[in-house]
Design a binder for this molecule. Structure first.
Ligand code: BG6
Length: 303
């Protein structure tokens, strides 16, 4: 019988709509909408939900805080479709495929089932999960540290069996819940140039100012090693995203018309979310030689 290593949970249990305790305190296994396999974290430090579909973190809420991640009420939970909200993993390309528009936007990582490799709870109370998937010629490992802070790390290794270098793009497409998109601002990107995707693709110089929202916003900021902070006066909180191995940051809010065009996004939901995506895309895509790997990580804190 196949089991999740270290958890000792038979794989077939993931199909049942029962809650199963794992051998890791605070880590439960159940099924979410449409019977999708889901791990639930419930500790003194935080609660969280993680689907094996797309290795998709759908919720994270540190103790004494409101939910940090946003999830659409219209999300699909279906094989072959991405979950809308939380932290989709975009890999091995970002946006439309550069050559074949029939391929899914943002790559295939968010559409496939991942394997749980290990799960543990440290003396610090943080639950650590490691998932893995083979995507094209890449072995992709995703490590999550779930506690008062959220640590996400994506390691992409090009198989040593291929004969030539390969390029990839990756993003932790993080959707944050906000009180009101009109009231929030984002700092940390004032000095970064960006590719503006709306109204049409255009390379823009740094603005020198914090980002505020008054229209559809879809920007890929370049050369962004620094911490980005989301200031939300309505929720009286700041969310910081510090990162390593990522030189792009994507900021996205679909605003009114695009929200209406997306079937898995509520018409009015744009007011309550913003994406700050830790990424390696465009000018900062990664090229690996066979056997080489690249690590990108984000640490998210609420204060
Ligand atoms: C953002 C892109 O990262 O994701 C946008 O910059 C895109 O252009 C958005 O619309 C959502 O993409 P999707 O494929 O999840 O609808």
């Amino acid at each position: 019988m196949r089991v999740y290593p270290r958890c000792g949970i038979p794989l077939k249990l993931q199909r049942r709509s029962v809650v199963v305790k794992t051998s890791v305190p605070g880590l439960l296994l159940d099924s979410g909408p449409n019977g999708m396999s889901r791990f639930r974290v419930q500790t003194e430090l935080a609660s969280a939900e993680l689907f094996l579909h797309g290795a998709h973190l759908a919720a994270w809420q540190p103790a004494d805080h409101r939910p940090v991640l946003w999830l659409s009420g219209n999300s699909w939970f279906e094989a072959g479709k991405p979950i809308r909200g939380g932290v989709p993993i975009c890999f091995p390309w970002f946006g439309p495929h550069p050559q074949d528009s029939a391929l899914p936007a943002h790559g295939t990582a968010r559409l496939q089932e991942w394997q749980l490799q290990t799960a543990s709870s440290g003396p610090d109370g943080v639950i650590r999960l490691l998932l893995q998937s083979m995507i094209g010629s890449f072995i992709v490992r995703y490590e999550l540290g779930i506690g008062r802070e959220l640590h996400l790390q994506l390691t992409c290794e090009l198989s040593a069996t291929v004969t030539q270098a390969e390029r990839f793009e990756a993003a932790l497409h993080t959707y944050f819940a906000v009180s009101d998109i009109l009231a929030v601002q984002i700092t940390g990107l004032e000095n970064a140039g960006f590719m503006n995707k709306v109204p049409q693709l255009e390379r823009c110089e740094p603005t020198g100012e914090a980002i505020r929202f008054s229209e559809e916003t879809d920007r890929v900021y370049q050369n962004t090693p620094d911490t980005v902070v989301l200031h939300d006066p309505g929720l009286q909180r700041k969310i910081s995203v510090s990162k390593q191995g990522s030189l792009s940051t994507v900021i996205w809010n679909p605003w009114i018309d695009k929200s209406r065009r997306m079937p898995d996004f509520g018409d009015d939901e744009w007011t309550g979310m913003v994406c700050i995506e830790t990424a390696c895309v465009g000018d900062h895509a990664i090229v690996l030689q066979p056997g080489q790997s690249h690590q990108m990580s984000a640490t998210i804190c609420v204060s």
